[in-house]
Design a protein. Structure first.
Length: 262
């Protein structure tokens, strides 16, 4: 399955979706979200419940980079320093992400998450369930866990439903468990639980070597000095405040369900 190409119809749908994102200048709509700043935060910040330390964060299907910018700002409020990396199928969206986070410009690349080979591993890897067809989802997640996540890191998976269209998100905990992946935490947000996240640890260090095999070479992405790029006490200003990233934290706790296993 991993050596198969994605179905042409699925690729065509992804391209059409990217064009709809580019028809607007609203940063949230360019990220595929139709709500305002408060809902954006309430329904995306739970991703950080999986983040327990400083580190690199790769967003597969990063669109215009607004989610990564938001997670960095919200993470700073939790005294977390996150170095953003992004991959997207559409070069115009990647260009927008590079403009949005110019100090990390070289960390945003054009590529297909299904077939892309990462030149390094990442502390946290975030992907949506609809980045690939459901028929390819198990093979996709296994490869991410095996080749993308560094030892001690986490693979974070999200699924967005729709309250207005009465479309529920995928039951990620059950789905990942059926793939033989041990879910160590999960969160639910949004009206009626329309947003779900679940995360799993990286595979063991023995199966997940930190160094290249003899005879191979690896080129790492350039990483800006995280101390000068972003310190926990520094607030984002300018475009970030204009875009509503710093909107007051919504009262999501009563509506959210978070479970962690020891």
């Amino acid at each position: 399955m991993e050596n198969e190409d994605l179905p042409p119809a699925f690729i065509a749908d992804i391209r059409r979706l990217a064009h709809t994102y580019l028809e607007t200048s609203d940063p949230r709509r360019q990220s595929g979200f139709g709500g305002g700043p408060a809902r954006w935060r309430a329904e995306r910040e739970p991703i950080l419940d999986a983040v327990t330390s400083h580190g690199s964060l790769l967003d597969l299907g990063c669109a215009n980079g607004f989610l990564l910018e938001s997670l960095r700002a919200w993470g700073a409020e939790r005294s977390l320093i996150l170095i953003p990396f992004g991959l997207d199928f559409n070069p115009e969206l990647v260009a927008l992400a590079q403009q949005r986070l110019p100090e990390f410009r070289s960390n945003f690349l054009v590529g297909n998450a299904w077939s892309w080979s990462p030149p390094q591993r990442f502390t946290y890897v975030y992907t949506l369930a609809d980045v690939v067809p459901l028929s390819h989802f198990s093979a996709y997640l296994r490869r991410l866990q095996r080749e993308f996540v560094e030892p001690g890191g986490r693979l974070i998976v999200g699924s967005y439903g729709s309250h207005s269209r009465r479309v529920p998100p995928l039951d990620l905990e059950r789905l990942l468990d059926s793939y033989g992946m041990s879910v160590v935490g999960a969160a639910t947000a949004g009206p009626g639980g329309t947003v779900r996240f679940a995360w799993a640890e990286s595979v063991s260090n023995r199966e997940h070597p930190q160094h290249p095999r003899p005879g191979t070479s690896v080129t790492l992405f350039p990483i800006v000095d995280r101390r000068s790029a972003f310190s926990p006490g520094r607030r984002l200003r300018g475009d970030a405040e204009r875009d509503g990233i710093g909107a007051p934290r919504a009262r999501r706790r009563p509506a959210a369900r978070i479970s962690c296993q020891a």
